[in-house]
Write a protein that binds this ligand. Structure first.
Ligand code: ADP
Ligand code: MG
Length: 362
């Protein structure tokens, strides 16, 4: 009986390996969108336009005005582990780009029924359009050539992915309604729009077929982060925010700044926008510690609104710990979180003191 149960070990086919990996990287439209936004930012885009159908499941489209992709690079674009950003393993310790592994576009091409790219660099006279499937160039229609074709287009890149998870039924079933997926995607875009709103980069997001945008921030050099917060989250929050003044810590080699709600703001749920080296991440320890600080400040059941941008030396950050890079590890995490909480407390106390002062003057 033992021997009949025995199954020899065999290598999986590369296409199977890549499809499994793709499922680990792309969970739902919102995190495919995050990868695409980060690619556009890596390409130096100043305007990023997003269009979604059915929350991104039917269509996920992103257009940027970044560097574009040379037509000679198109054959490798969606191949797994093909990247323009990392060359040696040692580069990993000093990455300043969001991407490095060359897995995002490959993954999207594995889980979507159809993916196309239109791109133009400044030095090309025209744009090129290419279709992809399972990591490689694919013909637009069966029987046609898969070679990229010349077409009209502006500088930058337009990427469209259709029918996400058409070949992963259990994943497709696990997704929430189109409206819910849309809100998750919009949330990612809105967070990046806040962080980059003060850095001259604009975002828009709309549902396919609609000409009203659900999010629209300009690529304006004079806009501030607070302007972007006001546009996206409303004045009710923006006017209650206190600046987390820029601070620099030499000992742990980090800088931070942000906007955090004061004692007058309280909500049923926390809002936390946390960026580490410009990357949107979950930082559970920082979130918990700040919430503990606010628990002493807000009425019971009340939660804060927090935007924090943290810069840590790239060599102290490990971004390669999570397939979706949703969490990062960094050196001296506890000490850094503690220092930020102390600083937040000081900024809150300072703001409170000046408010009391204003009040007693009136
Ligand atoms: P990674 O970002 O880790 O390099 P991706 O699969 O996300 O891997 O992208 C592969 C490559 O495609 C990138 O290294 C980059 O050269 C190119 N690329 C992707 N998106 C864009 C874009 N929007 N503009 C210009 N180049 C892009
Ligand atoms: Mg990338």
């Amino acid at each position: 009986a033992q021997s009949s149960r025995y199954r020899p070990i065999k290598r999986l086919e590369e296409s199977v390996v890549n499809r499994i990996a793709a499922g680990e990287i792309i969970h739902r439209p919102a995190n495919a969108l995050k990868e695409l936004i980060e690619n556009s930012l890596d390409a130096g885009a100043t305007m990023i336009k997003i269009t979604l159908k059915d929350g991104g499941v039917k269509l996920l489209q992103i257009q940027d005005n970044g560097s574009g992709i040379r037509h000679t690079d198109l054959p490798l674009l969606c191949e797994r582990f093909a990247t323009s950003k990392l060359r040696d393993f040692s580069d990993l310790s000093k990455m300043t780009t969001f991407g490095f592994r060359g897995e995002a576009l490959a993954s999207i091409s594995y889980v979507s029924a159809s993916m196309s790219v239109v791109s133009k660099t400044k030095d090309q006279d025209c744009a090129y359009k290419a279709y992809y499937s399972s990591g490689a160039l694919a013909p637009p229609k069966p029987g046609q050539s898969s070679a990229p074709r010349q077409c009209a287009g502006t500088d930058g890149t337009l990427i469209s992915a259709e029918d996400l998870f058409f070949n992963v039924p259990q994943r497709r079933r696990a997704l929430k309604s189109g409206a819910d997926e849309y809100n998750r995607a919009l949330d990612v875009a809105a967070k990046y729009a806040v962080h980059y709103g003060g850095r001259g980069i604009g975002f828009s997001c709309r549902k396919a077929g609609s000409n009203v945008t659900d999010l629209n921030t300009p690529a304006s050099a004079t806009n501030t982060t607070l302007d972007a917060i006001r546009m996206l989250h409303g004045n009710a929050v923006a006017r209650e925010l206190i600046e987390l003044k820029p601070m620099e810590d030499e000992r742990y080699a980090f800088r931070c700044q942000g906007w955090i709600s004061g004692a007058n703001w309280s909500s049923k749920r926390s809002t936390m926008l946390c960026f580490i080296n410009n990357r949107l991440v979950d930082c559970p320890l920082l979130k918990r510690s700040l919430e503990a600080l606010y628990a002493t400040l807000l009425p019971k059941g009340g939660h804060p609104w927090i935007y924090i941008s943290l810069d840590i030396r790239p060599e102290n950050v490990d971004v390669n710990v999570h397939p979706t890079k949703k969490e990062v590890h960094f050196l001296d995490e506890e000490e850094i979180v503690e220092a930020i909480c102390v600083h937040a407390q000081t900024c809150l106390a300072g703001a409170n003191a000046s408010r009391t002062f204003q009040f007693s003057q009136a």
